[in-house]
Structures are given as structure tokens and as C-alpha cells.
Design a protein around this ligand. Structure first.
Ligand code: SF4
Length: 395
């Protein structure tokens, strides 16, 4: 486990398990069962101050205030709500860095899905992603990842009591499988029955294709879902938009998906349709060929155009033809047109806005966007729900 995942020192409560809290209190002369109470305040109820913890004796609360910190996010700016009712959070971390998260509703099914960040910046450099070309700054710690959930859930329930906060996707800033220590640990905390208690089947980890991380996830025993951001049907084309393919080849990624399973779930292949690059009938046929024999779902995401970026959204008839070929091959398919054109929920955009406003340090101010800046459209809000929803219908 990397050093910054360690709860000690300092003891960052938001990243600690119940056992760790029990041991901490035990070794410092308090009754062990107080650790369970503390855990419930911190992880189940999402307490943000020791004063809230009314069933803990005053000396213990004082000791906690002197010897521990909550950790997590320091503050959040809820930027605005789009016409579809989504919330967007720009979280400020203790070192002044900023990461983003989006919480979106699925009015049809009546639940909410949150997209989490897992790194500050990203080293993977996908050519359709603002976060990628801004570069990598640091891993997010477990407490920071978990606290995005607690903060957003509390905000939602205060705003809309009774709202059904349900699905999570690791699809915000960063490549989650290059931060597996903290991501896997955060998932364990998020699904803990005594804590936040989310269903693992409603958690999706989305990757650009980091094979060792995919292997680690498969071996973890966690029954979560995997989404692989595919976006091309040949090694050459994928290398062009996702240079990581030089290290982990398309063939090896598909081989993994064919032979390994994450939990009991089908893998989702994300495919952003970029006009004139990967959206022809031949690409669709090639995709069908590549996915043959893999239990999977396909999510097509017609690119969401931007004046900043060279890519264009494909024509509707091209998307329809692409979809027809996929459907006729009996692959489970969703096509997600962004309906959130008035929001900036895509990966890297919220922190990017902050940079333009001069609103943050580090990543946002130190590096200038490169001219080939390409917006990531995987972050289309509608898509977040799609990844986690299909299996729910079959539950
Ligand atoms: S799409 Fe994801 S993996 Fe690729 S550069 Fe952006 S944040 Fe990193």
C-alpha cells in the first residue's frame, strides 16, 4: 500500500476502516467499542465535526480533535445545475489541488449516479481528454476518494430528501487502475455494510486499459463492474488517440476480457464515435469481430462537439448505421447522446474552468493546455448512468 494511503500519521479518519479505528482507540486507552461508534459517525453518517458525535464522551472527542483529522475534501464549489438536474462539484483538497465530480439523476429509473475522480490529473494522455494533457500531479488518497461520495450524498439528501443515491462510476479525473491501492481500498470502505453500504454491483471502474490494474481488480474478489474505454478497432488507430495502447496492446486487452471476469459482471466497452475517425460501417463490423465471444455490453457515445476541439460529432445516420450493425450482431447496445450540453461534466472540464478563472494552484496554473487539446466526451452525464444501469434491469 502506498504511503499516502496510510491512516497514520496523521490519522485521516475518512480513509480508515472500522478495525483501524478500534485499534487506534484501543492503543490510546479508550474502550475498543468506541471505534465502532466513531466509524459509524465518520463513514455511515458522514459527520464533518466531532461535536456531532453526541454518544462519544467529551474526553474522547477532545482527544480525537487533537490527534486525528477527518481528511477528505476541504471544501466544494457546487458549480451549477444543468437542465437535467445534475450537480457538479469542484472539490478543493488540502494541498489546494482541485478535482471534480458529477452527480446525475436518472429520472426514468429514479436514482442518482455519481462520477468520481481518482487522481489529481492523469498521466495516460488520451488525446480526447483535458485532464490527460494537463498531466499528472498526484494520487488521490482513499479519504479523498471516499469523501467525494459522502459530501455529494449529503448535499443531495439535504437538497432533495429521500433521493435515491445509488450508482458510482470511477470515471472522473484520473485513471483509477493506476491508483489501485487507494481505489480498491475506497471501494471496500464504500461497500462496507457497517459504513456507507453501497452495492458493489452498482460500482463501475472505468479504465483506459491498464492491464496490471485490471488483473488486480479481477483478483480482488470485489464484485464490481469493469468498463473498458475502447474507442478504436485497430492497434494503430487506438495508439493514435490512446498512446497507452503501445504498452498494453489491443489484442492483450481483449484477451483479458475474453478470459478473465470481474465479479459476476459483463464488461462494458465504451466507444466514443468521432466523426471521420472511427465511425464507419467498417469500424462497426470490425468491432463486432473483435468482441465476438466476450460477454459484454457496448456503449456508443457520439462525440459531444466543442469549438476547442478538432473532433466532430458523427452524423445521426452514421450513428444509426453503426448501431444497426452492432445490434444485428446481437450485442447488447446503448447509444447515448449527450443531453447535458449546457453543463461541463466531462472529465477534466471543471478543473479546467477553474484554471481559466485562475481559481486554483498546481495543475490548473502551472501547465498550459497543448494546442491539440481534445475534450473528453466519455464524461457525458447520460453515459455515467448507462454503464451501471443495464444489469440493474436484469436483477
Ligand atoms: S480519459 Fe481518463 S485515462 Fe485518459 S487521460 Fe483522461 S482521465 Fe486519463
Amino acid at each position: 500500500m502506498s504511503p499516502d494511503v496510510s491512516p497514520s500519521p496523521p490519522h485521516r479518519l475518512r480513509g480508515m476502516t472500522q478495525l483501524e479505528m478500534e485499534s487506534l482507540l484501543d492503543t490510546n486507552g479508550f474502550e475498543r467499542y468506541r471505534g465502532r461508534q466513531l466509524y459509524q459517525w465518520v463513514q455511515r453518517r458522514g459527520a464533518r465535526s466531532f461535536d456531532e458525535m453526541r454518544n462519544l464522551p467529551a474526553p474522547l472527542r477532545e482527544w480525537l480533535a487533537e490527534n486525528t483529522v477527518f481528511g477528505g475534501v476541504e471544501s466544494a464549489e457546487t458549480l451549477r445545475t444543468s437542465s437535467d438536474g445534475s450537480y457538479k462539484f469542484l472539490f478543493r483538497l488540502e494541498d489546494g489541488r482541485k478535482v471534480e465530480s458529477v452527480l446525475m439523476p436518472d429520472p426514468k429509473r429514479g436514482y442518482w449516479t455519481q462520477c468520481l475522480s481518482s487522481q489529481v490529473g492523469c498521466a495516460v494522455d488520451c488525446k480526447f481528454c483535458v485532464t490527460g494533457f494537463n498531466g499528472f500531479f498526484r494520487q488521490m488518497r482513499t479519504d479523498e476518494i471516499v469523501d467525494q461520495v459522502l459530501y455529494a450524498r449529503r448535499h443531495l439528501l439535504e437538497d432533495q430528501p429521500g433521493a435515491n443515491y445509488r450508482n458510482l462510476v470511477y470515471m472522473g479525473m484520473g485513471e483509477p487502475l493506476l491508483n489501485t491501492d487507494n481505489v480498491l481500498r475506497s471501494i471496500r470502505l464504500l461497500i462496507d455494510n457497517d459504513g456507507i453500504n453501497l452495492s458493489p454491483r452498482r460500482i463501475t471502474v472505468s479504465t483506459s486499459g491498464i492491464l496490471p490494474g485490471m488483473e488486480e481488480l479481477a483478483s480482488s474478489g470485489l464484485n464490481v463492474k469493469l468498463a473498458l474505454s475502447l474507442n478504436a478497432t485497430t492497434q494503430e488507430e487506438r495508439e493514435e488517440i490512446m498512446p497507452i495502447t503501445k504498452k498494453y496492446s489491443l489484442v492483450d486487452l481483449l484477451e483479458f476480457c475474453r478470459n478473465r471476469q470481474i465479479g459476476r459482471n459483463r464488461v462494458t466497452f465504451e466507444y466514443v464515435l468521432l466523426a471521420g475517425f472511427n465511425d464507419t460501417p467498417d469500424h462497426a463490423k470490425q468491432l463486432v469481430k473483435l468482441l465476438r465471444g466476450i460477454p459484454c455490453k457496448v456503449n456508443l457515445i457520439p462525440f459531444n462537439p466543442s469549438t476547442l476541439l478538432p473532433w466532430q460529432r458523427p452524423k445521426t445516420e452514421d450513428v444509426e448505421e453503426f448501431s444497426r450493425i452492432i445490434r444485428e450482431a446481437n450485442l447488447t447496445l446503448s447509444v447515448r447522446w449527450s443531453k447535458a450540453l449546457d453543463v461541463d461534466g466531462a472529465c477534466g472540464q471543471l478543473a479546467g474552468q477553474s484554471r481559466q478563472r485562475g481559481g486554483s494552484r498546481g495543475m490548473d496554473l502551472e501547465q498550459k493546455p497543448r494546442p491539440e487539446a481534445i475534450q473528453k466526451s466519455l464524461g457525458d452525464l447520460d453515459f455515467f448512468a448507462t454503464v451501471t444501469s443495464d444489469d440493474d434491469e436484469n436483477e
